[in-house]
Design a protein. Sequence first.
Length: 82
Amino acid sequence: MTGILIDFEGIDGSGKETQSRLLERELLRRGFAVALFSYPDYKSEYGKIIKEFLEGKIDLNPDEQFLLYLLDIAKDKEKVIQ
């Protein structure tokens, strides 16, 4: 079965998680399989570094930022494919 990827974008506190949870609940009610992912994943090794950067604790150049975000997403590749 082909899946659909739905992406919620917005600034912090804009309601992305609220809306994604509401959509998840409705899709589950209708019998669809649902997987939620949130990035950066502050529990992952890459997400922890991203958090330190966002909190101003470390400096990262743009290439390092890009690669960390990419790696944080790529770690879930197999879960997304399922």
